[in-house]
Design a binder for this molecule. Sequence first.
Ligand SMILES: *Cc1c(COP(=O)(O)O)cnc(C)c1O
Length: 388
Amino acid sequence: MATKPGKAVLISEARANAHFPFLDLRAQFAPIRSETLAAVEAVLESQHFILGPEVERFESEMATFVNCKHAIGCASGSDALLLALMALDVMPGDDVITTPFTFVATAGAIARLGARPVFVDIDPETYNLDVQKLARTITRKTRAVIPVHLFGLPADMSALKKIAEEHNLPIIEDAAQAIGARYGDRLVGTIGNVGCFSFFPSKNLGGAGDGGLLTTNDPQLAQRLRLLRIHGSSKKYHYDVIGVNSRLDALQAAILRVKLRHLDEWTEARRRNASRYQRLLRNAGLTEYISTPIEPPGTGHVYNQFVIRAAQRDELREHLKNEGIPTEIYYPSPLHLQPAFAYLGYRRGDFPESEKASAEVLALPIYPELTEEQQVAVVQAIAGFYSN
Ligand SMILES: *Cc1c(COP(=O)(O)O)cnc(C)c1O
């Protein structure tokens, strides 16, 4: 016999007390290893590292993928937000509206320009900016709105667009977690004036390091963004405006081009895993205790995260940890309660839905390579908690 009996026992024991990572990027790399290495090698052979043909090809493939006219690579998703605000001439003293229930970069980009992040609470079911509350927050100082498509679910863009248009406000979409997410017949990043993407390794399209991209259909905005990411320079040693150094590396572009070819299949796998969780959790009677993600009609969620909500979240998380089930909390504190934003003068109670979400959300592993057995182990462990 090829396998010793001892080994089989070890494997089944390992399964019984599940042990797998929250995100398994090595499992994603294995099947694309040779394509990726060849792409990296080609860049090294060319010794062309800053912008150039690989970046241009990736930009054009991304423009095709999201279906927009212009795609502009940059150094990170955070920089994409900063560049978008700079391109729209957001200045010190301006207000920019966004959600407090997001990654720090969304509001950080606003603050870095000396503008003021103004928060609007979230809808507790979608975790996205509550558009009902947006209209009454707009003032004469408001210069732009940044909806975040949190966890991979598009924000309520048609309602948001209507209000933004009434007030003549540009929309910057923070699509860092939502590449490929569908809103009606469009993909996120192409609905507002400009879209911001991140290729941080844990995003649905992740590079081998930092990377970002901007999308727009506005040719003037595109031209400004191209200028701003390279020191405001349209020709060498001539500077039209003050810009920054924020370019996408050719090496990252080459790797991302390989991965982009697999993105649709990975998104399908994430969606399949999400429906499987929904079914397993429902069949185990657990939807009485926890709530699960929703997908409003007309939207296509890409599940960068699969986030459940539980009243006893911290106890549940501890129980899952003891059972070998990895989870994460996005986000443990809304931004208005973070020390860095204390100067804005917000208080606990100002955004009750965001505060409640921070206390109740729990992200389960959802990556494409996650197996049915692993998902069953997750759900069984949750069931174990509620059966006590
Ligand atoms: C990841 C992320 C960013 C920032 O992207 P980086 O590439 O890490 O700088 C911005 N906004 C949201 C919502 C994100 O999840």
